[in-house]
Design a protein around this ligand. Structure first.
Ligand SMILES: COc1cc(/C=C/C(=O)SCCNC(=O)CCNC(=O)[C@H](O)C(C)(C)COP(=O)(O)OP(=O)(O)OC[C@H]2O[C@@H](n3cnc4c(N)ncnc43)[C@H](O)[C@@H]2OP(=O)(O)O)ccc1O
Length: 459
């Protein structure tokens, strides 16, 4: 859906600062935070049919910034640590803009039209500064002619991941709903200290880490690079496919590694394997081409000791990497799911420490995305059902679509997921068809199970 018309700003944006004094310190960022991959703001929108009260939102934000004070600070390159980023917790404040977009309604985001379009950038105040100088949190509230409101947040990814962001947004919403926002405290105190994820004194890279390893030259590498450039050839088209709970249940059967109840797969394993295969089948590279799957994996409960003292608000995830070939992937659904399972099992404390040390030794390195499908799962993180006083959102999702695939929560269907990813335009229809493969009759079955509208009403 394209947003026509321009956003009208009647006033310049303001800086919202914490309502009480907060610690003044240079906050260390872990290597998982300060990796080049995360040097960008994550921009998401929440669309509400009701009106958000501006004063309430600002007062509540000012209150929660007392607990989430790093978001009111500024990123800086540290002189002591070789340019590594830190957060200068200086209470400068969150950039908060308010605008009005005539002609756009909350309803435009329902009815399955809510696929990001480049015009959606209007929903976020454009700060011309570099990534490091931009406040780690920028907010824009856009009023709509229907009385609805869009809340757009841009949070620097090196400050927080989805789990930390959800924790902050829920605390903000709770404060906005509370009679006296000064009394509203987060349910669990946030933990900003990232030293539990510091590298070892002598870095030890104990695994191959294909997620960061660029192909090392030679004929194979150039073949992968050449084929890969076709897999991502522009122009790219965003594709959004919603898998209902019934679709996911079917995929879990289709992808189960065996008929034994002991060898089941989770919703994520089945979905990840299915969408990875759909991508490969749609793009149809040579069967022998090595293909990888990278996916984000939460580590808060995997590291020893667990990151459980309060809510760890830094980035608590690593990239896990499954490897196969285009031919093998297309050939077997259960084998693809088994690969995802085995990859998950390899990620433990040793693996995470090894990633952290790798990022210490190879500062500035990026994941190797050649011939790679990347998934980040945002389901079950508590990001979507957030109520600031105007009810829960009718739409939640990113401002842009990218080459990495997001598994987004489906509002009203907690066991469903929407896969959103940009693929080469020429393969977009085929990708969507491959995603629906094996699922067509599920919708028919589902409809047959619905009670007949007339049932029970005759008397
Ligand atoms: C900064 O501001 C932001 C940021 C963002 C976004 C940022 C990011 O993208 S950061 C990366 C975010 N993603 C992650 O960290 C991944 C988190 N998920 C995991 O790590 C998962 O474990 C997994 C690796 C994806 C695999 O999951 P799965 O195979 O499902 O395995 P389990 O999680 O162990 O689940 C197995 C089983 O357990 C039950 N279960 C698990 N969790 C729940 C739950 N919450 N509720 C109910 N049940 C649960 C369930 O039965 C599972 O089996 P199923 O078959 O039912 O699935 C964005 C916005 C910003 O502002």
């Amino acid at each position: 859906m394209e947003i026509v018309g321009e956003c009208i700003y009647n006033n310049p944006p303001v800086l919202v600062t914490p309502s009480k004094p907060t610690p003044k310190l240079a906050l260390y960022l872990s290597n998982l935070d300060d990796q080049r991959l995360l040097h960008f703001p994550i921009q998401y929108i929440y669309v509400f049919t009701g009106t958000l009260d501006m004063d309430t939102l600002k007062v509540a934000l000012s209150r929660v910034l007392v607990d989430y004070y790093p978001l009111a600070g500024r990123l800086r390159a540290s002189n002591e640590h070789d340019g590594k980023l830190i957060i200068d917790c200086n209470s400068e404040g969150v950039l908060f803009a308010e605008g009005f977009l005539p002609g756009l309604t909350a309803g435009d985001f329902i009815l399955g039209h809510a696929k990001p379009h480049k015009s959606w950038k209007k929903l976020l105040y454009k700060d011309e500064q570099s990534f490091v100088c931009t406040p780690p949190l920028v907010v824009q509230v856009t009023h709509l002619s229907c009385g609805g409101t869009i809340l757009c947040t841009a949070i620097a990814h090196c400050v927080s991941d989805a789990f930390g962001a959800a924790h902050f947004l829920r605390a903000w919403a709770r404060a906005a709903m509370s009679e006296d926002s000064e009394l509203a405290h987060p349910a669990v105190a946030p933990c900003h200290d990232r030293r539990a994820l510091a590298p070892r004194c002598t870095p030890r890279i104990a695994f191959a880490h294909p997620e960061y390893t660029a192909a090392s030259g030679g004929d194979d590498a150039s073949a992968v690079a050449e084929a890969s450039s076709r897999l991502f050839a522009p122009p790219l088209s965003p594709v959004s496919v919603t898998f209902t709970a019934a679709h996911v249940a079917r995929l879990k059967k289709l992808y189960a590694p065996s008929a034994s109840p002991l060898e089941q797969c989770t919703s994520f394993e089945a979905l990840a394997a299915h969408v990875w295969r759909a991508w490969v089948r749609a793009l149809d590279p040579p069967a022998s081409l090595p293909i990888k799957l990278l996916f984000t994996m939460g580590i808060r409960r995997l590291v020893k000791p667990e990151l459980s003292g309060g809510c760890y608000c830094g980035n608590g995830f690593v990239l896990a990497c499954a490897e196969s070939t285009a031919g093998q992937l297309a050939a077997s659904a259960p084998d693809a799911a088994r690969l995802v399972q085995e990859t998950k099992q390899r990620v433990d404390d040793d693996y995470v420490r090894s990633v952290i040390d790798l990022l210490e030794v190879r500062r500035g390195c990026l994941p190797d995305l050649a011939a790679t499908f990347t998934i980040s799962s945002l389901t079950r993180q508590g990001l979507e059902d957030i109520d600031f006083g105007a009810g829960t959102p009718v739409h939640f999702g990113p401002l842009t679509s990218e080459v990495y695939c997001l598994f987004l929560p489906v509002i009203g269907d907690p066991r469903g997921a929407t896969a959103l990813v940009s693929v080469p335009q020429a393969a977009a229809d085929s990708f969507e068809r491959c995603c629906h493969d094996g699922l067509d009759d599920v919708d028919v079955e589902d409809k047959n199970q619905l009670p007949n509208i007339g049932d029970g009403m005759a008397s």
